[in-house]
Ligand binder design. Structure first.
Ligand code: ITT
Length: 179
């Protein structure tokens, strides 16, 4: 059986994360992931959990609207928030179904070095700063800052997969926890 989902992005690393997570969650279904360009409705570089979740939910809802045959809309949004004196980067995922139920989940978080954080606080996007410091091109579409900060042990998509699993928990865990 086919399972078609609409994802509010065209970024290949996010689309890979969604495909990989859904293949694990629904092993007996053929997963079809349709990426669509949608506005996140938040700033290009969200600087709080709240703003990042809002971006993920907006992307999920807009993607579902744009693809009438999709069972779920999925939004994945990268963001940064401050805990004590340090900043942490992460990706929030939101999933929306046709009954308007919403699930949310977050990836693991990495400490953003202050050298990278300073220009971000002055208004630059993390992707731009990371490319400049690393010398790489379009790192956001590959292993990402998560890859660089762990020297390749983790990647942006492998970390985002966990947020996607958690965002699906209301549909895949025992209903006794929810109703
Ligand atoms: O095309 P979209 O879906 O917008 O993909 P994006 O890579 O721009 O991703 P987001 O808007 O969700 O992320 C907000 C910003 O944080 C950047 N970012 C987040 N995680 C990153 C990572 O692991 N490596 C590099 N940049 C990252 C990202 O590229 C943006 O500048």
């Amino acid at each position: 059986m086919d399972l078609l989902v609409a994802v509010g992005t065209t970024n290949p690393t996010k689309l890979n994360a969604v495909k990989s997570a859904l293949q694990t969650i629904f092993p007996n279904q053929t997963i079809i992931v349709k990426g669509v360009k949608v506005p996140s409705g938040v700033s290009d570089q969200p600087l709080s959990d709240l703003e990042t979740i809002e971006g993920a939910v907006n992307r999920a809802k807009r993607a579902l609207e744009l693809v009438p045959e999709a069972a779920y809309g999925i939004g994945v949004e990268g963001g940064i928030d401050k805990v004590r004196e340090n900043y942490f980067g992460f990706g929030w995922t939101a999933v929306v179904d046709r009954q308007e139920a919403v699930g949310t989940g977050c990836s693991a978080r990495f400490q953003v070095p202050m050298k990278v954080m300073k220009p971000i606080l002055e208004g630059e996007e993390m992707a731009v700063v990371i490319d400049r410091v690393s010398g790489l091109v379009d790192n956001r579409s590959g292993a990402g800052a998560m890859g660089l900060m762990t020297n390749g042990i983790l990647t942006r998509d492998s970390c985002y997969v966990h947020g996607i699993y958690f965002a699906f928990s209301r549909w895949i865990s025992d209903t006794k926890y929810w109703i």
